[in-house]
Design a protein around this ligand. Structure first.
Ligand code: FEO
Ligand code: CA
Ligand code: CA
Ligand code: CA
Length: 683
């Protein structure tokens, strides 16, 4: 995929170019919508498939939960905050916000002694990275992911990508947009590249509430940075496969680094999962046949660039092995003499044990290879399989779920549960039912005759396998969340301006979809391992003239939003929705009325939605979690100032100075939100 496609209006610096050119049918091809386009929305489907849900055969415990959930739902008492274009965080009346761990904060608990522009690569490696994203608060006891201390814990967060112009002093005065640094004498500076690689990845940092009520970093031996060069293990069906053997790992068991870590997951055994999302662009493959790009399918189907890589990391003068690995062309005589397979070791879910600083991160290949937005588990039940859902965030890509082969046993559960199981992909039928289609070698069309020699090939080529079985092409699946009260699974579908009228279908009901929607489903018999489900749309986002909530009413002043991305249920069942209107669309055209990116809170039972928080200029709001008592909330503000044009940057006119103000560069940071009366967030 030509790199310059990223300059098109609907692809932002943080996003991936679409690469699904498969002829998979859309619903329009399968059946001309039986209920008509509008009839397919919300209630229509739920009513049509009520018999399918199988309420009568539901386990008693699940029935109880479902009955409780039919009541009024969780209390939502915060006063809606207005739309905002201000360069600040706004929270409801009666709430306070504190900035914590901005980019560059040292992990040793000491204050930063220099600006991020002056930091060396080595200093960045020991400090909070940039572009904060998915995040979890692990109570310091380390026993359960959501039980324990409300004032002391390990905050673990992703750093999705970097804005080089806000990292390097050498960028000042140059015309640089929200993308790569220019080459100097045809090359990049190795120290700057290393600093960018170290700015990526994951931070594990102990934070605690102080006597004055403010939160601060606490020195701890478990504080560590995992980044784009940290050695990792490859586990699961792809471990040792020919497609991941490289000069670095001739036996295909190891790789350096995790990249473009978007959202996350938390396992029932108290570890952190980080999702590799838009990793393909960090590499490049210049192989040609007859002067045309000639890429293997495991590169082409994911959009590995054939021109420049995203940050030109492979182009360091006299580049060593740490840099040339980003060139995935066939340079050597064999795969173990070059890095043609390096990119095949990216696109996975990576497991990190935050409580063991010596634990090597592990790429869990059983969950498939795609632009993983995040991963969310169904409730773990003793003796039942572990189930995890994950979306592939690119236009016309799919939603997947993994079901473990072995049952969950709380006493012995660990990451190896994710190495053996079945990966499924979702097919959303026009009648409101759905099916999970297995991506298993030897099952259905996934055979050697069709180009899948073994399960390793199926998983390295997960997208192609999903094309082959006929999955449903979605409007950019982002975060998923599971309602703790009734087990329903919710997924944000952020937008898809390239969907045509002919491609409209019930689950993705708008052409040129700029605003997005939230889909949800209930697994058959409320069993997360089921292979059938019933779905509907929770909300169609947009302006008052083009939106619809569960009640049938449109969104309005207090809750209109666009481009839902982050999604999380708190323990009371409040649904938190975060928006990511892209840098190229914010405050422009049809997206202008929505102001800066925001967070909303919703009641999944009544469908009520209220705007809870708005962020500064140019950012997206992402990452959300509370302490177990739900009285302290952590959220992230990613890439403030990203909407500054290259010309304005050159002239020193940076449009956000958040969080520190003055002349400092804008910094991604965490924000701690509390209620002034000490109450539960959202009430
Ligand atoms: Fe990294 Fe799809 O947001
Ligand atoms: Ca983004
Ligand atoms: Ca996201
Ligand atoms: Ca997004």
């Amino acid at each position: 995929m030509p790199n310059d496609l990223q300059n098109l209006y609907d692809i932002d610096a943080g996003d991936e170019v679409p690469s699904n050119h498969s002829p998979n049918p859309t619903f329009r091809d399968i059946a001309e919508a039986r209920l008509g386009r509008r009839g397919m929305l919300m209630g229509g489907i739920a009513t049509a498939v009520v018999g399918f849900i199988g309420a009568g055969s539901r386990p008693v415990a699940a029935q109880g939960a479902a009955q409780a959930a039919t009541a009024a739902g969780p209390v939502i008492g915060s006063k809606p905050v207005p739309l905002s274009v201000a360069d600040t965080v706004v929270v409801p009346e009666g709430y306070s916000a504190q900035v914590l761990i901005p980019h560059g904060t040292p992990l040793n608990g000491q204050p930063a002694t220099k600006s991020v522009l002056e930091m060396t690569a080595a200093e960045q490696e020991q400090a909070i990275g940039t572009h904060h994203d998915g995040m979890h608060f692990f109570p310091i006891e380390g026993r359960e992911p959501d039980q324990g201390s409300n004032t002391d814990g390990l905050l673990v967060l992703n750093h999705e990508y970097v804005a080089p112009r806000f990292m390097h002093a050498s960028a000042a005065g140059k015309s640089i947009g929200d993308t790569r640094m220019p080459l100097t004498n045809g090359a990049r500076d190795g120290e700057e590249v290393r600093k960018e690689i170290f700015g990526h990845g994951v931070s594990v940092v102990r934070v605690a509430k102080q006597g004055n009520g403010q939160w601060a970093v606490v020195a701890d031996p478990r504080n560590r940075r995992i980044h784009g060069a940290t050695p990792m293990e490859i586990a699961g069906p792809v471990r040792g496969h020919a497609l991941v053997r490289t000069r670095y790992s001739a036996d295909g068991t190891r790789v350096r680094g995790t990249l473009n870590n978007c959202a996350h997951g938390v396992t029932p055994w108290n570890t952190y999962l980080t999702a590799e999302e838009n990793w393909a662009g960090y590499f490049r493959n210049t192989d040609q046949v007859d002067q045309r790009p000639a890429l293997p399918r495991e590169h082409a189907r994911y959009g590995v660039p054939t021109g420049q890589a995203r940050y030109n990391w492979d182009q360091v003068q006299g580049g060593g092995d740490e840099f040339v690995r980003f060139n995935v062309s066939r340079i050597g005589a064999a795969a173990t003499e070059d890095y043609r397979n390096e990119v095949n070791a990216f696109g996975w879910i990576v497991e990190i044990d935050p409580f063991n600083a010596n634990a090597v991160p592990v790429k869990r290949t059983g969950l498939g290879r795609f632009a993983h937005e995040g991963v969310v588990f169904g409730p773990a039940r003793e003796g039942r399989p572990v189930v995890a859902y994950s979306g592939d965030d690119s236009m016309f890509e799919y939603i997947y779920k993994f079901v473990s082969a072995r049952p969950f046993n709380r006493a012995t559960a660990n990451g190896s549960l994710l190495d053996d199981g079945v990966l499924y992909v979702a097919k959303f039928n026009a009648d409101g039912t759905g099916e999970w289609l297995p991506l298993q070698h030897g099952v259905g069309p996934l055979t050697a005759a069709n180009g899948f020699a073994d399960q390793g090939e199926v998983l390295v080529n997960t997208r192609l396998a999903a094309d082959t079985v006929g999955a449903t092409k979605m409007d950019r699946p982002e975060w998923g969340a599971v309602d703790p009260r009734d087990g329903r699974v919710y997924f944000t579908l952020t937008n898809n301006p390239r969907r045509t009228e002919a491609q409209v279908e019930p689950a993705n009901p708008r052409a040129r979809n700029q605003f997005g929607q939230i889909i949800r489903w209930r697994e058959a018999n409320d069993d997360h391992a089921a292979t059938r489900f019933a779905w509907d749309l929770f909300v169609i986002a947009g302006p008052e003239s083009d939106s619809r909530t569960m009640t049938g009413a449109p969104l309005g002043t207090d809750n209109m939003f666009a481009c839902p991305d982050g999604l999380w249920f708190d323990a009371d069942g409040r649904l938190w929705i975060q928006t990511d209107i892209g840098e190229n669309e914010q405050l422009r055209g049809n997206l202008a009325p929505f102001g800066n990116n925001a967070m909303l809170v919703a009641n999944p039972i009544t469908g009520e939605i209220r705007r809870f928080m708005t962020g500064p200029i140019g950012q997206e709001t992402t990452g959300v979690v509370t302490t177990p008592d739900r009285r302290t909330m952590f959220i992230n503000q990613q890439h403030p100032g990203a909407t500054t044009s290259a010309a304005d940057f050159a002239a020193g006119r940076i449009n956000s100075r958040w969080p520190h103000g003055g002349a400092g560069v804008p910094l991604s940071a965490t924000v701690v939100i509390t209620k002034n009366d000490g109450g539960i967030i959202g009430t």
